[in-house]
Structure formats: C-alpha cells, structure tokens
Design a binder for this molecule. Structure first.
Ligand code: ZN
Length: 481
C-alpha cells in the first residue's frame, strides 16, 4: 500500500474537527470518470500534479457542498497508484453533500471512516486491480513494525477458524454459536455473530488473495446509492491481488462443499463431517450419530441408519463406530492412490469433454436469438391488433401460438443453461480433485478429515458387511467391513 498523509486543512469539515470513535469503514467509488487524485486532493505536492481548475476538496466548501472524506485512492501524476489520507481517522467526515454535518441520516454516519476510490470509465481492468488492492489493504491491514502492511492478526485467525470449522462439518449456525461462546468479536466489533456474516466470510474471495471487482457499484455519487452489479458494468477477477489468509485450494473446497450442502437442503445436519456422506445401502437414507452409554465410562459414539427403526421394513445395515469409518476410508483412499497417475489421466479426459461446450453454446445462442425474435413478433402482433380492426378469434389464435413458441424456447434455454452450469461445476470439482490428490502422499496412515471432505462423494454401507466409497472423480472402491 502506498499511503500518504495530506490533510485538507482548508475544508470546513477539518476546521470543525468533530471527533468520533471509529467503529467501521465505508468504501465508496466516486462514480465520476476521473481517476486522478489531483481532482480531489490539492494543491500539488509534487506527486499529485496540478489541478488547473483548482476544484479540489481542500477548500471550505468544495463545489459549494459540505463534503469531505478520510481518504482517496487513485492515480498520481506519473500514473502510479496511491492512497491519500485527507482527514484524521478520528474526525467525523462529511460523506455527502447535505445537512450541517453532511447527511448523517444518509450514508454519512459518525463512527465511520469513509474513503473514495477515484473511478475511471470502468474499462481499465488493470487500474481497478490496483486501486482495489489499495482499498483492501487499507481496510484489512494495519501498519507493521517496518512500515509494510501486515494482516491484522486476530481477524485472520478468526477467518481461518471459520473455514476450519466449516470443513469439519459445522453449519454457519453452529459456527456462530461457537464463536459467541468463545467471545470472539465480529469484524464490526459486535459480540453476536450472524449466519450472514459467517456466510459472507466463507464466500469472500479476498481471503484467498483474489478479488472480484465491482460486485457493487455507485449509481449516484452524491446520494451514495450502491447497487449489486448485475452486469451493468464489467466485473474483473484479479488473482493474487494480496496475501492469502486461506489457501486457494481450501477456499475452492469450501465453495464446492457449500454447493453440496445446498443440494442436500434440510438433510444436511452439521453434527460432523460424517453426516450426509454415509448412506444406508438398504433404504438410501443417511446415517446419523448416536451416543451409547452417554453418562458412563463405556460412552461410545456410533453411526447407524437414521430411519433404522422408522420404516416398516427395518434396515439391516450394521452400525459403525468412528474409528471403523476412518480406517475403512484410509483403506479405500490408499487403494485409489495405488494408481494415482491413471486416476489423474482419467480425470483430465473427463475434463476435456466437460470443458467443450461448443454444441451447447451454439444452441444457447440460437435460442436466445429465437426468443428475441418471437418477443418482437408478439409486440408487433399486439400493436397491429390495437391499430386496426381484426377478427379477435384470429388474433387470439396467432397471439397464443406465439406465446407458446416463446415459452417453449425459454424453457429449453433454462434447461440448457442449467446443464452448462452443471458441467462447469463438475469440471471445477474434478480440477480440485486432481489438485488435491497430486499433493497428497500415496499411502496415508493417519486419518485426515480434509480428504474425507474434499475427495469423497459418499460412502454406502451395505447389510452384507461391505462399504462402497464413491470418490468425487466417480470411481467406486469396495472395502469389506
Ligand atoms: Zn436404512
């Protein structure tokens, strides 16, 4: 981060100097096409360059407005990127243009540090990569002893813990309960964790060192309205924009696991990583946990079919203890890895087929075109009917026919889009599978839960004392109990 201090001492906000206790950070982008810092910060310090209109914010009321923020991120004269702190962090900023202290009912709240990213015309991905990195560093990092940015330790530790707990099988609700119990504060300093916060941490690319830029963008600079980007402005994906807190592979495994749990819906129970991966060979239901002798020295945790005594025909699949499940998994894993190179080659072959979506893309393009054409035809048909005298019977017939054609095309398009997504997800799953097994030892002696979560699709227990492990590459390995 290239952080410099340049207070706007002529600005009324600076002069009033009202103090606050900082509780949060508000990040904005200017929403105006001007990436140069000199537009807002001045006069020239030799690096900024001269603002020939002299309309920077180091004035009592810039542009007649009561505005001032704590920092700007943007371009210096020589094209390099910098962050200029323009107000002491503990001063109340006037983050928008109305009211005696800025619009405090609006985006301008005391207790916020507010800064602006100097927006350009939104076409230069490299520029956004750089300013976004600056912005993240300003938010996430503090100054290290030698002046270089370091990750704020406690936050990084909490983030790692959240990923670990999730990979151990906990649900976001369960993670909240645990963090509350430990008294770990939330990123905004609150005592009570919400599932939304945990979910956003689990899906935020910044923790693996990447950043998806412009997820939200400003639609109105002065009103500070933010909108989720639904394709109005381009999104840029910048890899390795800063140091990772979570390894990219672990991050990807978490995303796949989130999707998997979504497809399970309510069937997912967060007791342990064994939940919803152990399947009963008799009824197809999941195994669940049961504690025997919970109060005495013979306490034992076992796993058995959840519906064992519920259905009319009782399932006769055996129950298993944790140790047995782990040992059998290790056996299956070691057998899979006997032919690691072959397994990897097979995966690569499947990936080649999956990634070739030429036919699918062509059909999707054709349908999209068809939908547009039919939509136009419907419009024309309605217009024609309104402007001239027609047989209504004929009109209705024509109209209904077109609507039917439109609906048919839309349905088919939805199907094809879903298929393309499925293929992409499967491809991602296989890519991760290859990455994971490349790194692992060929023979594993000690239980490793990351591999259970990352590599295994499910393990089915049969009543004739067999267990079949189905790995995420599709290979099934049978182990005797
Ligand atoms: Zn069963």
């Amino acid at each position: 981060m290239n952080l410099k201090q340049y207070y706007l001492t002529q600005n009324n906000c600076y002069k009033v100097g009202q103090k606050h206790e900082v509780k949060a950070i508000m990040v904005h982008s200017t929403g105006a096409n001007n990436p140069m810092l000199k537009r807002y910060v001045g006069p020239d310090d030799g690096l900024l360059g001269v603002n020939k209109y002299n309309n920077h914010w180091n004035a009592a009321k810039p542009g007649g407005q009561n505005v001032c923020v704590h920092a700007f991120v943007g371009k210096l004269q020589d094209g390099s990127i910098a962050t200029y702190q323009t107000l002491p962090w503990d001063y109340v900023g006037w983050h928008s243009g109305t009211g005696s202290l800025g619009s405090s009912r609006n985006a301008n709240n005391t207790d916020y540090i507010g800064f602006e990213i100097c927006e350009d015309n939104l076409t230069d991905a490299a520029y956004f990569g750089k300013v976004y990195k600056e912005a993240i560093e300003l938010c996430v990092y503090e100054k290290g002893e030698d002046g270089t940015p370091v990750i704020i330790k406690e936050e990084a530790e909490t983030v790692r813990l959240i990923y670990q707990l999730f990979l151990e099988g906990k649900t976001p609700a369960g993670i909240c309960r645990l963090l509350d119990k430990r008294g770990t504060p939330t990123p905004s300093g609150k005592q009570k964790w919400s599932q939304t916060t945990v979910n956003s941490i689990l899906t935020n690319e910044k923790y693996k060192g990447d950043a998806l830029l412009q997820k939200r963008f400003t639609v109105d600079f002065l009103m500070k309205k933010m909108k989720v980007n639904e394709g109005e402005v381009p999104q840029y994906y910048v890899e390795h924009s800063h140091d990772a807190i979570i390894s990219p592979t672990d991050w990807d495994i978490v995303q796949v696991e989130i999707d998997r749990r979504k497809t399970l819906g309510r069937a997912y129970s967060g007791n342990s990583i064994f939940s919803s991966k152990l399947v009963c060979g008799d009824c197809g239901g999941f195994f669940g946990q049961k504690v025997w002798h919970s109060t005495d020295a013979y306490r034992k945790v076992i796993w058995r079919c959840n519906s064992k005594f519920k259905s009319e025909k009782k399932c006769s699949t055996p129950h298993l203890d944790t140790d047995t499940i782990q040992q059998k998994f290790l056996l299956a894993y070691n057998r899979l890895m006997e032919n690691r190179d072959g397994v990897i080659d097979d995966c690569k072959l499947i990936r080649r087929t999956l990634s070739d979506s030429t036919g699918l893309d062509a059909e999707i393009d054709k349908l999209t075109e068809e939908i547009e054409v039919v939509a136009e035809m419907i419009k024309a048909c309605v217009k024609e009917n309104a402007s001239a005298v027609h047989s209504q019977e004929e009109y209705n017939k024509k109209y209904k026919g077109l609507v039917k054609r439109y609906e048919k095309a839309t349905r088919r398009l939805d199907e094809l889009s879903a298929e393309r997504t499925r293929k992409q997800e499967r491809d991602r799953e296989l890519r991760l599978f290859i990455e994971s097994i490349k790194k692992q030892p060929l023979v594993l002696q000690v239980w490793n839960e990351r591999l259970w979560v990352g590599l295994l699709e499910r393990a089915t227990v049969f009543h004739d004392d067999r267990m079949v492990f189905k790995f995420k590459n599709g290979i099934e390995i049978e182990v005797e109990l």
